[in-house]
Ligand binder design. Structure first.
Ligand SMILES: [Mn+2]
Length: 326
């Protein structure tokens, strides 16, 4: 199979990385807290690829189990003493604090594979490609670059496909490139049901549907096109929802006419908020990093300690939109 990769400059690091992986008998794969399909897909997809290529290796995927994503993969129990002799690989995680499962610190060597702009540097080998739509795209790209060395399976293809669909919001986001489509097309050739997978990814729980209703009704958009909504702990409690179940309203709110940038604030501890920032054009990750967060130019996360900081973030977004419309 001959496929032109988008980033031939990092072919070297892919080779280095796979060679390095091949030297270890025990490999433990971590990913970020509050996982999404890309986190689980890249973690479990990579595990599948390594297991299929090297059946004798012990490969584990570890972290908190998320019931909603169990159709992608279950987490392994990893005895703490295994870490000493193990290689740790972390997928889809920009910051060391966001790694799920702190035992990774017990390992001697770490590898980082990520598509977020370089934030924290950690790991013996770091492979960062912020042109990739998703971490799953990167891992599939590694296979497409060295298809003779890496064995793809239907299950790995399903997992990697899920992460690409998840992180691109079904190939809608700006990060979707022609290469993303090529990778997805190659993965689709394996025998898994993409319709079944899409249906699983589309499922909305009744309470999440109610949250969507609430969000659409209460979402405020300024005449400058800055939208926001605040979800209090009390509201989420009344709907029986946790913070991790609030992500589905984020793309939804961006569909409302006139919205240029938008913020979804979710109350964490009393009066303090986690914030998801999205934009249709203005670059927002600088504002995010000024408020204890960071991320992609058009999709970032931040924190607001109180209502005053919420106001501040919204004011800064308004200034940004005004500046960009000049
Ligand atoms: Mn991702």
């Amino acid at each position: 199979m001959l496929v032109q990769t988008m980033n031939s400059a990092d072919n070297q690091i892919k080779k280095e990385l796979w060679d390095y992986i091949s030297q270890w008998d025990t490999i433990i794969i971590h990913r970020h807290v509050r996982p999404d399909p890309d986190a689980i897909g890249s973690q479990c997809g990579l595990k599948e690829l390594i297991k299929a290529t090297f059946p004798d290796k012990d490969v584990f995927a570890t972290g908190t189990t998320v019931d909603d994503l169990e159709y992608l993969g279950k987490m392994d129990d990893v005895p703490q003493d295994l870490y000493e002799q193990a290689l740790v690989i972390v997928t889809d995680t920009a910051n060391i604090e966001r790694i799920d499962g702190q035992n990774f610190r017990l390992a001697k060597q770490w590898i980082k594979i990520d598509h977020h702009p370089l934030d924290d540097s950690y790991g013996e080998i770091e492979w960062i490609n912020n042109h990739a739509s998703s971490c799953c795209e990167m891992i599939a790209d590694m296979w497409l670059t060295y298809p003779e060395d890496i064995k793809m399976t239907a299950e790995a293809a399903r997992l990697l496909y899920a992460g690409i669909v998840g992180d691109t919001n079904r190939f809608l986001y700006d990060s979707t490139s022609p290469y993303t489509m090529l990778v997805a097309s190659e993965l689709m050739k394996f025998s898994f049901s993409h319709t079944e997978l899409n249906n699983q990814m589309n499922v909305i729980k009744p309470n999440s549907g109610k949250l969507m209703g609430f969000a659409l009704e209460k979402f405020e958009v300024s005449d400058r096109g800055v939208g926001h909504i605040i979800l209090t702990k009390e509201l989420l409690k009344s709907l029986g929802l946790g913070d991790s179940e609030t992500h589905s309203i984020v793309p939804l709110l961006g569909q409302i006419e006139g919205v240029k940038v938008w913020a979804v604030f979710v109350e964490q501890t009393e009066g303090a908020y986690r914030c998801r920032l999205r934009s249709k054009g203005s670059v927002i990750n600088e504002i995010a990093s000024q408020h204890g967060g960071g991320g992609h130019p058009l999709a970032s996360g931040a924190h607001a300690r109180d209502n005053k900081e919420i106001r501040q973030i919204l004011d800064e977004l308004t200034e940004l939109v005004i500046e960009d419309s000049k």
